[in-house]
Design a protein around this ligand. Structure first.
Ligand code: RAT
Ligand code: ZN
Length: 414
């Protein structure tokens, strides 16, 4: 293949990846009907927990003092520590600048009050359209917890859904804090007991079924610690086996496992204080094997687990691997992981999700990931072209649509 030929192919791939709208399969964004739960704007961007953790590397105030500050003051502290006193080179800092730049701000002025002023011209409706358009995102999946006291009443009121915001049923407390979940479920009318009787399991299933229908959940999800084991006597393992699995089969609903977090490694940092640990990929394989009629989505937090997780997906077609999650969501790691995944499982994967907590972040998360995905893909197509196998534009478009959410949609619909 001539070098002209390969640069044309690379340009084509780059173009297709830029132009293909994304279904962002895991975010913490909310349908506009949730009002203030949908975060956006400069102060939210700056107080993202990824940046809070980085800010603390420089702050000389005690942790407790930071939490007494107003949001605008926290944002100022972070802005000063991470943007003014030092150059903002980290991925999360760079993300703020990418976002502001794409929104048309002149970032070199380094002027926080002016940024706030500029933002005030948008209504939230306009800003949703603008962010989705700039990020070229067609749809996002939210993270919806019936255990969240602010969120639950909104669902119970019922409202007109914005079709760009799909739902996922998040059930962490049920699995990781069963004891405290029991009284809550009872208050909501489900006759569960701390024991694991048949009645308890069937009432948990009724709870899952009710919420699946209420929110039209695309999948059920949990984030589990690095110490997750299966099979096991833990409440989590019991509930998965006897409630979530039968529920999943009944509703043809996948179960998404996000594994490897170590919550509260530094409690002083609150939401920013979680860390990670290496988990047992064997537990995921045993789930896939024990429940061949269930579908699993999985992402893991430790770099050391990524290879074994890909191998697991080669063994179990009911497992779909997705995203470079949280501490993995950095360019060097995205490239390494995406390359490895495509080499091991081809296109039957979802390389990325954004995990956005702030709407504006859609812009940078996708702006930063797209060229990496394009680069890896272009290398792979060039390797094929060297054998004489020329991918057509239509084939590339089909493949990229799959990688950017389409493959996951087909997996869920299967
Ligand atoms: O990436 C994050 O923002 C984390 O705090 C978590 O929300 C994680 O993504 C999760 O869904 O548990
Ligand atoms: Zn998340």
């Amino acid at each position: 293949m001539t070098s002209e030929h390969s640069s044309a192919l690379r340009a084509l791939v780059g173009n297709v990846v830029q132009q293909t709208p994304v279904y962002d399969v895991h975010t913490h964004l909310y349908d506009p009907a949730f009002g203030d739960l949908l975060l956006w704007g400069i102060d939210e961007l700056l107080t993202y927990h990824y940046l809070i953790a980085e800010g603390f590397r420089w702050f000389d105030m005690p942790e407790a003092k930071f939490w007494t500050l107003k949001k605008t003051e926290q944002a100022e502290a972070i802005w000063n520590a991470l943007f003014i006193d030092h150059s903002p080179l980290s991925e999360a800092c760079r993300g703020v600048l990418t976002t502001l730049n794409r929104l048309g701000f002149d970032v070199k002025k380094r002027d926080l009050p002016a940024l706030r002023q500029h933002y005030s011209k948008w209504s939230s409706g306009d800003f949703i359209n603008k962010s989705l358009e700039l990020a070229n995102v067609r749809k996002v999946c939210m993270t919806n917890s019936p255990f969240d006291d602010v969120e639950r009443p909104v669902w119970e009121r019922d409202f007109d859904r914005d079709p760009r915001f799909t739902a996922a049923l998040r059930i962490d407390p049920l699995l990781v804090d069963w004891e405290n979940s029991v009284p809550k479920l009872r208050t909501w009318g489900y006759a569960v007991h701390a024991d694991f009787s048949e009645l308890t399991f069937s009432e948990v299933r009724r709870f899952l079924g009710d919420w699946t229908r209420r929110i039209d959940a695309q999948y059920c999800m949990v984030s589990l610690g690095a110490d997750f084991r299966f099979p096991d006597n833990s409440a989590a393992a019991q509930l998965i086996e006897h409630a979530i699995m039968p529920h999943g089969r009944e509703h043809n609903q996948a179960f998404a496992l996000m594994i490897g977090v170590r919550r509260n490694a530094n409690p002083l940092l609150r939401l920013a204080g979680d860390s990670l640990g290496q988990a047992d990929v064997g537990a995921v394989e045993r789930l896939c094997e024990a429940f061949p009629d269930n579908k699993f989505l999985c992402t893991m937090l430790a770099r050391e687990n990524q290879h074994a997780l890909c191998v697991a997906a080669r063994k179990f077609r009911n497992l779909h691997v997705f995203g470079c999650w949280w501490f993995m969501n950095n360019p060097s790691l995205i490239e390494e992981i995406t390359r490895m995944r495509i080499e091991l499982i081809g296109l039957s994967v979802t390389p990325q999700h954004s995990d956005c907590r702030v709407l504006d972040q859609l812009i940078y998360k996708w702006d930063h990931s797209r060229p990496i995905i394009a680069k890896v893909l272009a290398d792979k197509y060039c390797d094929l072209a060297a054998t004489g196998w020329e991918p057509s534009r239509a084939e590339i478009e089909r493949d990229v649509h799959g990688l950017l959410g389409g493959a996951l949609e087909s997996f869920l619909a299967r």
